[in-house]
Design a protein around this ligand. Structure first.
Ligand code: NAD
Ligand code: IPM
Ligand code: MN
Length: 347
């Protein structure tokens, strides 16, 4: 197995080495190993070459079994350059249509909201279309009539495939699929989303569909997080819900994500939910748990189930033991958390 590594920008440079050390320790327990291929792409590469990755970057990634990424984006480069120059092309080129974002409260981690320590949800975010379509731009470029247009593009194919994935997952968990919607007649796309999600859920007799308006769903995630299990959402709704869910569990620094091409025709991309956090970069205080958890998801996807379970148990135990970074009220550094997880795996 060969995994391409893009640590990228900001705290990506700090949490990715920790994530790799933890994955290696989990694999070593099982007598397994993977090959890591470091790709120095991101904002520094942009400053040197004018591009976030080389012209043949996607071809390079296609030769690997997975991509392990930290984050991209820095204040001195427009986000349009950093995101459309690296992250979004990877998701699109490799048709990673499921962005899987589990959020589960960890033992000992306080939630900022009442009942938040019972959260255990999986957000299944559509990852290739919707509100993130490439259609749009500035228009009427004269005087005060300048405007911007964004077309939301939803296809039956696109909704169907992500809904099918979410429905199977919900059937294997609590049996209820919550769909994030906005179908009260205001926007045209969401009644279509509801129709296709409804058809897919009807294929599963045992499954109950709960369609909830996105505004009310955001409030419910804060007020009654334990009432949610698997949530299927469009690209933008899923993006917003996943930071919110991470915060409810204690910190967005905990939240992992997998950009999956479930059919495995292409490599999948594993990265934490959070960004490059320029406000804390370079201080050694970033929470590496989101990156470590992301590593466990990658191990699971690549077929190293025992190593994935061992890694999951190890970081949960270390967090429960009180080895926590500042965002969780602790004093441990990024590297100390990583070292504690590795030590536990080596026991
Ligand atoms: P962010 O997620 O980087 O940070 C938001 C807040 O959460 C900050 O206060 C930060 O310090 C804190 N935080 C984030 N991760 C943390 C961690 N692991 N431990 C402790 N605290 C953590 O979001 P932002 O500030 O809105 O974005 C910064 C840059 O990152 C932007 O350029 C944005 O486009 C980019 N971004 C990239 C990705 C990605 O590469 N996948 C994801 C989100 C944002
Ligand atoms: C995420 C990020 C990205 C997204 C940005 C950086 C384009 O916020 O992965 O959640 O919106 O998909
Ligand atoms: Mn996001």
């Amino acid at each position: 197995m060969s995994v391409a590594v893009i640590a990228g920008d900001g705290i990506g440079q700090e949490v990715v080495p920790v994530g790799i050390a933890c994955v290696d320790a989990a694999l070593a327990r099982e007598g397994e190993r993977i090959e890591w291929v470091d790709l120095p792409w991101g904002s520094d590469h942009y400053h040197r070459t004018g591009r976030m990755m080389p012209l043949d970057g996607l071809e390079t990634l296609a030769r690997h079994d997975a991509v392990f990424l930290g984050a991209v984006g820095m204040p001195d480069i427009p986000d349009t350059e950093t995101l459309w120059g690296l992250l979004i092309p990877i998701r699109r080129e490799f048709d990673q249509y499921v962005n899987l974002r589990p959020v589960k409260a960890l033992a000992g981690v306080p939630s900022p909201v009442r009942g938040g320590d019972a959260i255990d949800v999986v957000i299944v975010r559509e990852n290739t279309e919707g509100e993130y379509s490439e259609i749009g731009g500035r228009a009427f470029r004269h005087r005060d009539r300048e405007s911007a247009i964004q077309v939301d593009l939803f296809t039956r194919y696109g909704i169907q495939r992500v809904a099918r994935y979410a429905a199977r997952l919900a059937a294997s968990r609590g049996g209820t699929l919550t769909s994030a919607t906005k179908s009260n007649g205001i926007i045209h796309t969401m009644p279509f989303w509801d129709e296709v999600v409804g058809e897919v859920v009807a294929e599963h007799e045992e499954l109950r569909l709960d369609s909830v308006l996105i505004d009310a769903l955001a409030a419910r995630l804060v007020l009654r997080p334990a009432s949610l299990d698997v949530v299927v959402a469009s690209n933008l709704f899923g993006d917003i819900l996943s930071d919110l869910a991470g915060a409810v569990a204690g910190s967005i620094g905990l939240a992992p994500s997998a950009n999956l091409n479930p059919e495995r025709a292409h490599p999948s991309l594993f990265e934490p939910v959070h960004g490059s956090a320029p406000d804390i970069a370079g201080q050694g205080v970033a929470n590496p748990v989101g990156q470590i958890w992301t590593g466990a998801m990658m191990l699971e996807h690549l077929g190293f189930a025992a190593a994935a379970t061992a890694l999951q148990e190890a970081f949960e135990a270390v967090t429960a033991d009180g080895v926590r970074t500042r965002d969780l009220g602790g004093t441990a550094s990024t590297e100390e958390v990583g070292a504690a997880v590795v030590a536990r795996l080596e026991r």
